[in-house]
Design a binder for this molecule. Structure first.
Ligand code: NDP
Ligand code: GDR
Length: 348
């Protein structure tokens, strides 16, 4: 247990934010999360760890947004964090082509706003704050695999270009002001909590529903691209480890194995004893104007310096997601049989 440490987490309602909050709470941290004001609740991934705010809890939520610098500045000053984890983002690559300006503002300039808030707080308080920036393998884009910290970036989407900006803002503040900023360069990581419009979860949700007769077809885009898919629970450990080192640095976090989207389909279909080719159809709306063909990370630096390695294998990840989504599908079937059918949602 690490007593009396405080962490401020942007993006706490997202996939990674929820696993990181669990990890930090288990280590004894007081955790402060920033949530956006929305017309519906977005805390589904953290409800299980969020007690009534009036009772004694170590998880606190605050309204805020990476597009609002004044609010970030006030929150950092009020929370007085030891560690800040910047996980907030418009994180969907395809959507960043539809909303390029907004994506750049949140994913790129948002990092700058948070760095400025932390810098001012450090100057005013005389304390040191350690900051983690959630960088992405998408920054490598068209650079040939395998990609390591030494591989030059070649981003292929507004999202990826903005993540490169965030990465360099972090390095610039480290070099200009001596700030303790670490950039994680995380390859794709998934889980049963993965957003349902990302391809792995879209597949596990759809094929389990198809298996139970709740859905007929699954529409997808490019099945040829290759990704290095790990388990999100493993990857948040690497974030924390980066901030525990003596010196701030940048690290690739990956499994070192990559598979095509079609191979992910093969694995899920095998778990369910289905022939995906009879139910999957192509829809060009899921193509990106510029695709990233092959990401496969070389994480030897993180393994050597942080002592990090993934615990969950590719097969284990597929099984975990299929089992989880099969349970969800069974619950939906019970509702459907009782006359409550679920309306289809949007996808991207
Ligand atoms: P999610 O999309 O699941 O979560 C994103 C989080 O950011 C949500 O909490 C969301 O809030 C919040 N958010 C969105 N817009 C804003 C905003 N304007 N201001 C503040 N918060 C905002 O992403 P992941 O958990 O998968 O990823 C976490 C981070 O890691 C992101 O920065 C992502 O780009 C990056 N990353 C992810 C990888 C992956 O494979 N998962 C790989 C590499 C990097 P709300 O719930 O309200 O939407
Ligand atoms: P990615 O993840 O773009 O790698 O970004 P995503 O799951 O969206 O796409 C992976 C690959 O699958 C192809 N694909 C489809 N993708 C989606 N979403 N929907 C489809 O129907 C579909 N059909 C095929 C895509 O073209 C792509 O090649 C994720 C995000 O979490 C980022 O925030 C993060 O930075 C990177 O991973 C690392």
């Amino acid at each position: 247990m690490i007593a009396n440490k405080k962490a401020l987490v942007t993006g706490i309602t997202g996939q990674d934010g929820s696993y990181l909050a669990e990890l930090l709470l288990a280590k004894g941290y007081e955790v402060h999360g920033i949530v956006r004001r929305t017309s519906t609740f977005t805390t589904g991934r953290i409800d299980h760890i969020y007690a009534d705010p009036h009772s004694n809890t170590r998880l606190h939520l605050h309204y805020g947004d990476l597009s609002d610098g004044t609010n970030l500045r006030k929150l950092v000053a009020r929370v007085e964090p030891d560690e800040v984890y910047n996980l907030g983002a418009q994180s969907h690559v395809r959507v960043s082509f539809d909303q390029p300006e907004y994506s750049a503002d949140v994913v790129g300039t948002g990092v700058l706003r948070l760095l400025e808030a932390v810098r001012d707080y450090q100057d005013d308080s005389g304390r040191t704050v350690r900051m983690y920036q959630a960088g992405s393998s998408e920054m490598y884009g068209a650079a040939p695999a395998p990609q390591s910290e030494a591989t030059p970036f070649y981003p292929r989407s507004p999202y990826a270009v903005s993540k490169v900006a965030g990465h360099w803002f972090g390095i610039n503040y480290r070099e200009s002001y001596g700030m303790f900023v670490c950039n994680g360069i995380l390859f794709n990581h998934e889980s049963p909590r993965r957003g349902e419009t990302f391809v792995t979860r879209k597949i596990t949700r759809a094929l389990t529903r198809i298996k139970l007769g709740l859905q007929d077809k699954l529409f997808l885009g490019n099945l040829e691209s290759k990704r290095d898919w790990g388990f999100a629970g493993d990857y948040v450990r690497a974030m924390w480890l980066m901030l525990q080192q003596d010196q701030p640095d940048d690290y690739v976090v990956s499994t070192g194995e990559s598979y095509r989207v079609s191979e992910f389909l093969d694995k899920v279909a095998a778990e369910l004893d289905l022939d995906w080719k009879t139910v999957v159809e192509f829809d060009p709306r899921y193509l990106r104007p510029a695709e990233v063909d092959h990401l496969e990370g070389d994480s030897s630096k993180a393994r050597r310096i942080l002592g990090w390695k993934p615990e969950v294998s590719f097969d284990g990840l597929v099984r975990m997601m299929v089992e989880h989504d099969m349970e969800l599908a069974k619950q939906e079937r019970v509702l459907a049989e009782a006359g409550f059918s679920k309306a289809g949602g949007r996808s991207a």
